[in-house]
Design a protein around this ligand. Structure first.
Ligand code: HEM
Length: 152
């Protein structure tokens, strides 16, 4: 739990600070959103509904998790025979690794500029046009990250 929760979150925050320093134009937009949602110059509690309003922060963090997934590769053990939707057969006992890092930079899924930082990739219209498994920083299905609801 400690390794799964702390290292991943610390790495992602570290990447976020570097990216925001590298791209002041996105940092400025994020700052504007934060000023809008949280009143300036006074103490305040951060409520769940406030966090829900931080849609630009969400896009920034998703784009950071796309380019720099804190867990870049995961390994699975096929406990039974599996036929994938593309016809590929995976026999029981095979150990699979899922390359999240390269999936997130696959040009067929993300376009020719897949290596470029662009939070607008996570605008709702753009998300709905992509395969739901094109972005899996927290894995998917059984055994996915229990922290993903807290983090995202
Ligand atoms: C940016 C932050 C995080 C990322 C990118 C992340 C990513 C992942 C990924 C990819 C897995 C699947 C691992 C696998 O299949 O081998 C996972 C599992 C897990 N994560 Fe996270 N995680 C994050 C934060 C957290 C937090 C905050 C917690 C706890 C509150 C947490 C708890 C767990 C646990 C317990 C598992 C194992 C689930 C299981 O095996 O059933 N993670 N995480």
């Amino acid at each position: 739990m400690v390794i799964a929760a702390f290292e991943t979150t610390a790495l992602t925050l570290n990447h976020a600070l570097i990216i925001l320093a590298m791209f002041p134009q996105y940092q400025e937009l994020l700052f504007e959103e934060l000023k809008e949602v949280f009143p300036a110059g006074e103490d305040f509690e951060v409520e769940h509904q406030d966090v829900q309003k931080l849609v630009y922060l969400d896009r920034i963090l998703n784009e950071i998790l796309r380019l720099f997934p804190a867990v870049p590769i995961i390994v699975k053990d096929a406990t039974k025979d599996i036929r994938l939707s593309n016809g590929v057969f995976i026999p029981k006992g095979v150990i699979l690794s899922i390359d999240i890092f390269n999936l997130h930079r696959n040009k067929d899924l993300w376009g020719h500029d897949a290596d470029t930082f662009d939070p607008d990739r996570f605008l709702p219209d753009n998300v709905s046009q992509r395969h739901p498994y094109a972005f899996i920083p927290f894995s998917k299905g059984t055994g996915n990250c229990i922290g993903s609801l807290i983090v995202s």
